[in-house]
Design a protein around this ligand. Structure first.
Ligand code: SAH
Length: 220
């Protein structure tokens, strides 16, 4: 068996035992997770761990999230082929790759330039050309692409940054870890008639969102 075949098998097992049996049923999400080669988004030397049930370090003290958490967040964005999506925190580019499989347009903002460069490389290696990676403070959103049908924040914030709520379309969904610095509540916001309804999706632990409408970078 070639290494590529072995990774494909590992990915099928990951989706079956970490994702589907834990209650993620959206066929499009499951298919995207079976397809996107997660091992191309982890640092060299960690490929063999890329399908394990945990987050992994990607450098600069950041992490690629656990596959199950990626699945929960993605499913709750309720993406359609024409959806316009904004991600805050490109990191490795893995989440953005999944979004590109499921939506019409994807922009991902990353504050650390070296990670943005790596994310672009990883996406290119995976053959994904439709994601726009922007360097900047994602707590301010990305107004040129607004409004968005879905927004995903993959770093933890004390509160949902107001610019992101403003840039969400009518009927749009926003998923983000909100709460204290170490561990947070994963929340889903739905915007209707200018107001947001919030539901909780459970407890998570994410790296901090650092920016004007997030945490200050001091003392990290
Ligand atoms: N979604 C990523 C994982 C994100 S880790 C993946 O699939 O691999 C969180 C990322 O958020 C880190 O890369 C961090 O640098 C970035 N980040 C933190 N604060 C940010 C901000 N204000 N704007 C943009 N990116 C930010």
């Amino acid at each position: 068996m070639t290494e590529t075949d072995r990774f494909t098998k590992e990915r099928e097992r990951m989706v079956e035992f970490q994702i589907r049996t834990r209650g993620i049923r959206g066929e499009r999400v499951l298919a995207a997770m079976r397809k996107v080669p997660r091992h191309l988004f982890v640092p060299e030397g960690l490929e063999q761990s890329s399908y394990e049930d945990r987050p992994l370090p990607i450098g600069e003290e950041q992490t690629i999230s656990q596959p199950y958490i990626v699945a929960v967040m993605t499913e709750n964005l309720e993406l359609r082929p024409e959806s316009r999506v904004l991600e805050i925190g490109a990191g490795s580019g893995y989440q953005a790759a999944l979004l590109a499989e499921l939506a019409g347009s994807v922009t991902s903002v990353e504050r650390i330039e070296s990670l943005a460069d790596r994310a672009r490389e990883n996406l290119a290696r995976a053959g994904i050309t439709s994601v726009r990676i922007v360097i900047g403070d994602g707590t301010e959103g990305y107004p040129p692409g607004a409004p968005y049908d879905a927004i995903i924040i993959t770093a933890a914030s004390p509160a949902v940054p107001q610019p992101l709520i403003d840039q969400l379309a009518e009927g749009g969904r926003l998923v983000a870890p909100i709460g204290p610095r170490d561990c947070q509540d994963l929340v889903k916001l739905v915007k209707r008639e200018g107001r947001v309804a919030t539901t909780s999706l459970g407890g998570v632990c994410f790296v901090p969102l650092i920016g004007v409408f997030g945490w200050s970078g001091e003392g990290l």
